[in-house]
Design a protein around this ligand. Structure first.
Ligand SMILES: [Zn+2]
Length: 175
């Protein structure tokens, strides 16, 4: 378990995302997603507020692995104003409720990495990871973690989550 947890926020995955992203146009993918609401579907954004947005990780550790980030390109929490901090934790709260509702997970890891030595693959734009967990998943997740979940399955899950958003009436969700 300890061995697996040490690997849960392994940087290689974000390095991979970053390499794909740079190949696709360069810059910070969180900034690009934040600036392109018309692309929320293809970008797998679930919801956005004025200051933060919540999206799927395209290269998840588990089905339902979400990212919550401020719209502003900031590296550290103390660079966020009070309103952004409140919206960030509010979206994390709502994402947790959404994952419990839709994924039926038994546990969850929520974490943030600051600096490359701490495992951050995109250290200049802070973001929180939410990773649903199930009893016994330690047995198969190290295998799955090397496998990209096919986009269709994430799309389907995104659809179910958006239905659940309406059902739950989550406070930070605005459409
Ligand atoms: Zn950025």
């Amino acid at each position: 378990m300890a061995e697996y947890n040490r690997n849960l926020w392994a940087p290689w995955r974000m390095e991979y995302i970053r390499s794909l992203d740079e190949h696709a146009g360069g810059g910070c993918f969180l900034c690009r997603h934040a600036a392109s609401p018309e692309q929320d579907g293809p970008n797998l954004v679930i919801w956005r507020g004025p200051r933060c947005l919540t999206m799927f990780n395209r290269f998840p550790y588990a089905s339902g692995h979400l990212l919550v980030a401020p719209v502003a390109h900031r590296a550290q929490l103390d660079q966020l104003d009070a309103g952004t901090l409140a919206e960030l934790i509010g979206q994390i709260r709502d994402a947790q409720a959404l994952l419990r509702e839709v994924c039926g997970c038994q546990g969850m890891n929520i974490g943030m990495n600051f600096g490359r030595c701490a495992g951050a693959g995109l250290p200049d734009h802070l973001h929180a990871h939410l990773v649903p967990r199930w009893e016994g998943d330690v047995n198969f997740m190290p295998v799955l973690s090397d496998t990209r979940v096919i986009p269709e399955s994430i799309e389907a899950l995104r659809g179910r989550m958006r239905e659940a958003v309406a059902r739950l009436g989550l406070p930070t969700v605005r459409g």
